[in-house]
Design a protein around this ligand. Structure first.
Ligand code: HDE
Length: 746
């Protein structure tokens, strides 16, 4: 018979003990709910929030940011201490509940309003704090103070995908947002860019069209965070100025390995002015010191299932571990000519980029991201960027896409952040003194004194005054505007929609071109409408006949003839990601061990990797420890996609209960079954297909079955030290690129 349950549970009548003097933060080890109030633990040094505030408005002390609460006692929002937060106020233990229960209503009502509307685009993001240090090279072209040599400016950077909602997966094929706020001494400067240097549309008035087409279909709200559907391809095949950006999306750029390994671009052309009043036109670039790397499409699909937070986690973990990511900020400088053209490229057309061979990127300073946000909502969610936030010395151009953005961002925050005072939210506050005459409105946080928030006035001492030329005011650069008719049309120079798409495609390496072909074939195969596929094939025919033929072949459709004359174009080296060697610090290597692996061998591999700044994660058959080695991942929860390379130390782990399975080599050869643990084989098979470095260090007295084809590119075998060294070298190239054609062979 079931034991009788108590009919009611009373709140604990025990009174809290007074604080134990001299023992702040020390909790007795106990599994029970703590009953003795203690002051919060002091925070770690890097956990200071941006000007955090308590509910009372007073700045928090240094302590308290690593715990959720700011004091020992639970209170209501207006400061009354609470004796019970677990039981609503009822008439007797069986109710009904009383409307009088203020704490219940306050708690539930606040909860009801915990969510704010997500961003209509760029809803999913991850962010970090950091610092930008100017190198002085910008002084000759721009008077903005933060570019001066040695000036340190705090920054907050938010990376995002464009299409998906807040809860979507990180590795969607998509453009990435790269929005940087510089908290300069002269006010906030926001460089709100992307990881792709060109955009879908030339005029901001088309933005709702491209976004409606790319978002999930309005009837069923599918697919989430994807461009592989009819409405997207319908739009871009009709609106051919979108073809260049779409091609970048279909390339590896649409699938970054990490937010740390992305380039950033300001996209538009901006106008700079120096201290002597000379102007120039520039395109902004962020160049990651970690290299520009991507994942393969299969990795992206697997990762979205295994770890939809892959990019967020990677950024936060890397910063936490002290491997701070860095980017150089650079500019391509073009003369400020009357026609705003450069080498035949209309600098006001945001669907065009300037090849680096024509205007090299000149570095103005370096940004380091070195601190994770303390609170996602307060910082990453509430940050509100605005391309209209400019520093004195930097101004916009008449790019019609940029012009529309100058309206949109301010407008959007009024709905998203609930009123006009979003600039007062801590993450949005300028670090320069604020002295505006904006007053009142929802969520007004300031208690403004005085009586004269207007100008001119003779009260309040006449303040504020307007700044004179020597007071570093914001400068509207006096650019000439030609007399012309009011019209709704584009310049003729915006009409070429294909040349730069062709240039981009032909500048990629064969492996990267294969990926582009596979991406188009996948995406178009997901469209139901035959006319949409055929129209997009026509656009591809206008870009490159071979690209079109290969995609058409994959779709089982005839390749159409181009509708515009074939393009002759140069190539440009900087768009290919396969070049050179890159630093390996901050990369992750899975060290796969078996029950009998030698601890000394494992340690040798770990030590070599750690010395190079690479994070080794030991993957064992079960959790806990094997000898003295702590297992960080198990065969059950490890995913090959988490690692940039694999090293197998010791005998290859046997299958539990001798479950036979195919290994990578014999699978490739259609050969015999082995008894290697299938989860390990899966990891190795995936790493092989994704062209990752694979090392095997069989160790003394043990033998690893030859899992890979002989002389496999990107593989190494030998002693633990030899294998670690070889894998580190392979990692520098990111992947064993010459393995891809082998994968491609049917
Ligand atoms: Fe945005 N964009 N955008 N955009 N955009 C927004 O602003 C918009 C454009 C970009 O991490 C929104 O606060 C219009 C180009 C980034 O918070 C919204 C047009 C580029 C982010 C908006 C553009 C961008 C946004 C959504 C065409 C690259 C994320 C919420 C005229 C140069 C910022 C918000 C963050 C966000 C409008 C075009 C980049 C609705 C109307 C071009 C990185 O205001």
């Amino acid at each position: 018979m079931a034991s009788k349950k108590p009919v009611s549970k009373k709140s604990d009548p025990k009174k809290p003990e007074p604080l134990a003097p001299g023992a702040p933060g020390v909790q007795p080890p106990s599994l029970a709910e703590p009953m003795t109030p203690v002051e919060p633990l002091p925070p770690k040094p890097d956990q200071q929030g941006p000007d955090p505030r308590t509910a009372t408005g007073a700045p928090t002390s240094a302590s308290g940011l690593d715990v959720a609460q700011q004091g020992a006692f639970l209170t209501t929002a207006h400061g009354a201490r609470l004796a019970d937060t677990d039981h609503s106020l009822k008439v007797g233990s069986r109710g009904p509940t009383l409307l009088q229960d203020h704490h219940l209503r306050e708690k539930i009502s606040h909860f009801d309003h915990e969510r704010i509307p997500e961003r209509v685009v760029h809803a999913r993001g991850a962010a970090a704090h950091g610092v930008f240090v100017g190198n002085g090279a910008g002084e000759s072209i721009c008077r903005a103070g933060f570019l001066r040599a040695g000036v340190e400016t705090p920054v907050f950077v938010r990376f995002s995908t464009v299409l998906g909602s807040r809860g979507s997966a990180d590795l969607a094929r998509d453009t990435r947002g790269f929005a940087t706020r510089f908290y300069t001494d002269e006010g906030n400067y926001d460089l709100v860019g992307n990881n792709i240097p060109v955009f879908f549309i030339q005029d901001g008035i088309k933005f709702p069209d491209v976004v409606h087409a790319a978002k999930p279909h309005p009837d069923r709200e599918i697919p989430q965070a994807q461009s592989a559907h009819d409405t997207f391809w319908d739009f871009v095949s009709l609106h051919t100025e979108a073809q260049a950006h779409t091609l970048w999306n279909m390339s590896d750029r649409g699938l970054p390995r990490s937010l740390r390994t992305m380039e950033g671009f300001g996209v538009h052309t901006f106008r700079l002015i120096n201290a002597d009043g000379q102007t120039c036109l520039v395109k902004f670039h962020w160049k990651p010191k970690q290299g520009v790397h991507s994942v393969t499409w299969e990795e992206a699909q697997l990762t979205n299932g295994n770890d939809p937070d892959f990019h967020r986690r990677d950024l936060a973990d890397t910063i936490e571990s002290g491997h701070y990511p860095e980017w150089d900020l650079g500019v391509q400088v073009m003369p400020d000519t009357e026609d705003e053209m450069f080498a035949g490229i209309d600098l006001l057309d945001p669907t065009k980029f300037v090849p680096e061979e024509l205007a090299p990127v000149q570095v103005l300073g370096t940004m380091t991201l070195n601190r994770n946000p303390v609170n996602y909502f307060a910082e990453t969610e509430q940050v509100a960027f605005n391309p209209a936030n400019l520093a004195p010395g930097i101004d916009v151009t008449n790019d019609p896409l940029l012009q529309a953005r100058l309206f949109s961002y301010l407008d959007t925050q009024i709905t998203r952040l609930g009123g006009p005072n979003w600039n007062q939210i801590p993450i949005n506050r300028a670090h320069a003194p604020i002295n505006d005459m904006l007053r009142d409105g929802q969520h007004q946080d300031a208690v403004h004194g005085g009586v004269a928030p207007y100008r001119p006035h003779s009260l309040d001492g006449g303040c504020p005054f307007t700044a004179g030329p020597g007071d570093h005011p914001f400068i509207d650069i006096p650019a000439p505007v030609a007399a012309a008719l009011k019209v709704r049309e584009n310049p003729l120079t915006f009409e070429d929609h294909f040349t730069q798409a062709t240039m981009f495609y032909r500048s990629l390496s064969p492996v990267e071109q294969d990926h582009v072909v596979a991406a188009y074939t996948f995406e178009l195969s997901k469209c139901y409408e035959q006319t949409v596929r055929e129209r997009q094939l026509l656009a591809l025919a206008n870009i490159d006949a071979d690209l079109c033929a290969r995609v058409a072949d994959g779709l089982g459709l005839p390749a159409p003839a181009p509708s515009v004359p074939p393009t002759e174009t140069d190539t440009t080296a900087a768009v290919s990601q396969i070049c050179g060697t890159w630093p390996v610090a901050g990369r992750i290597v899975g060290v796969v061990i078996g029950p009998d692996s030698d601890a000394k061998d494992i340690q040798a591999v770990r030590a070599a990797l750690t010395k190079a700044g690479v994070l080794p994660l030991v993957v064992g058959p079960r959790g806990g420890k094997i000898g003295v080695i702590a297992v960080q991942r198990t065969y059950a929860n490890a995913a090959s996609t988490e690692f940039d390379a694999l090293i197998i130390v010791g005998a290859t782990p046997p299958a539990p209960d001798a479950v036979p399975s195919l290994d990578a080599k014999s699978a490739a050869e259609g050969g015999p079954e082995t008894t290697v643990d299938p989860r390990v084989l899966k990891m190795i098979g995936e790493a092989w297909r994704h062209a990752k470095a694979i090392g095997t260090a069989p160790g003394a007295g043990t033998s690893a079955p030859a899992l890979l084809p002989a002389e496999a590119p990107g593989s190494a075998t030998g002693t633990p030290a030899e294998v670690a060294a070889a894998v580190l070298q392979l990692l520098g190239a990111h992947r064993a690129w010459d393995r891809f054609p082998a994968v491609r062979t049917p």
